[in-house]
Design a protein around this ligand. Structure first.
Ligand code: NAP
Ligand code: GDD
Length: 332
């Protein structure tokens, strides 16, 4: 019998890479998808091009705000591993939708944990926690760094993080929290800053965009390659004992530097195109996130391989190619 995994957020950046990884490892993969009036499966659709992998992929309608759908799916699928990646994951948007963000990202995690507990399922649980939880606490940030969330998103994620820890301690569940620093890819959502930049570079180079409006370009982030981070998630669920881990590169880069690297790769001078727009600032900003991934390296043998310059280049190249192929807005 192949191992059976259930991924919430399978249509997102990480969910799509994780589904590919688990299918390649021989898993049967079940994913939660939201009903949408327009197509929202662009990232996982290519999996069906491989008939053998496509046969082991199953999608189910549900929602993190609908507990009954989660209870029914856990009972029906009876997974060996659950990866809870679904979230309203945009920090700026969480200021506009704090209640929904708390429900999907915070209470949604409880709905899922309770569904597992009620089903008396002996499965392993991964929670997608985030470096945003460190917020105002200065870097470097590790597993034992004090949390200081600075947005409704971070506060909701911190609740989910502590509930994951609590279910591990209270009910002896194999439940782990991966505290992941920013990770990007050509599949990154187009309103996150890296992808917004690389997509703009491709469009400017092609002559179909004149200007790129950005908010705070002095913010520092620790950017890695998403494809490598999903391997870390899987490793966390294969360890002998459940524990929480930071995944990061350990290198901090400003948004300004990411802009420079991306424009430079396309032989463009960013000063000619980038303008400040206050609308992209946040009521409370997280100034600097730089992770210390020593524990994951020592205990899981996990290490980020792709540096930020290489990441910027591969994302620009992918956006240039997508535009040339006429797939300008299709995440791949
Ligand atoms: P993403 O691309 O925004 O994907 C989010 C996924 O969650 C999508 O599949 C989305 O479905 C789904 N979703 C959103 N609300 C939902 C709801 N109410 N019910 C069911 N599904 C819902 O995010 P990502 O970058 O892959 O990140 C994956 C997870 O890791 C998220 O929890 C995020 O907060 C966390 N995280 C991300 C990073 C990062 O740098 N990428 C770092 C730390 C933690 P649709 O496709 O239908 O929108
Ligand atoms: N999105 C966006 N758009 N961000 C901008 C812009 C802009 O036009 N201009 C400047 N920024 C700055 C933001 O203020 C922030 O400091 C930084 O760029 C990164 O913003 P995002 O790419 O939106 O990512 P994030 O760091 O807020 O959140 C991402 O990483 C978290 C992990 O640290 C998301 O993926 C979260 O879901 C994740 O938890």
């Amino acid at each position: 019998m192949p191992k059976r995994a259930f991924i919430t957020g399978i249509t997102g950046q990480d969910g799509s890479y994780l589904a590919e990884l688990l299918l390649a490892k021989g898993y049967e993969v079940h994913g939660l998808v939201r009903r949408s009036s327009s197509f929202n499966r662009g990232r996982i659709d290519p999996i069906y091009l491989n008939a053998e992998a496509g046969e082991r992929l199953f999608l189910h309608y549900g929602d993190m705000t609908d507990g009954v759908s989660l209870v029914n799916l856990i009972l029906e699928i009876r997974p060996d591993e659950v990866y809870n990646l679904a979230a309203q994951s945009h920090v700026r948007v969480s200021f506009e939708m704090p209640e929904y963000t708390a429900s999907a990202d915070g209470i949604g995690t409880i709905r899922l944990l309770e569904a597992i507990r009620a089903a008396k399922l002996d499965c392993r649980f991964y929670q997608a926690s985030t470096s945003e939880m460190f917020g105002a606490t200065p870097p470097p940030q590790a597993e034992d760094t004090i949390f200081y969330p600075r947005s409704p998103y971070a506060a909701a994620k911190l609740y989910a993080h502590w509930m994951t820890v609590n279910y591990r301690e209270a009910y002896d569940m194999y439940a782990v929290s991966g505290i992941l620093f920013n990770h990007e890819s050509p599949r990154r959502g187009e309103t996150f800053v890296t992808r917004k930049i690389t997509k703009a570079v491709a469009a400017i180079k092609a002559g179909v965009q004149d200007v790129l409006m950005l908010g705070n370009i002095d913010a520092v982030r620790d950017w890695g390659y998403a494809k490598e981070y999903v391997e870390g998630m899987w490793r966390m669920l294969q360890a002998d004992e459940p524990s929480d881990y930071v995944l990061a590169t350990g290198v901090g880069t400003t948004v300004r530097e990411f802009v420079e690297m991306s424009f430079e790769h396309a032989d463009l001078d960013w000063h000619d195109y980038v303008m400040f727009d206050q609308r992209y600032e946040r009521p409370t900003e997280v100034d600097a996130l730089i992770g210390d991934p020593s524990k994951a390296r020592d205990q899981l043998g996990w290490k980020a391989e792709t540096g930020v310059r290489e990441l910027a280049r591969l994302m620009v190249d992918a956006d240039v190619a997508a535009l040339a192929e006429g797939f300008g807005t299709q995440p791949r």
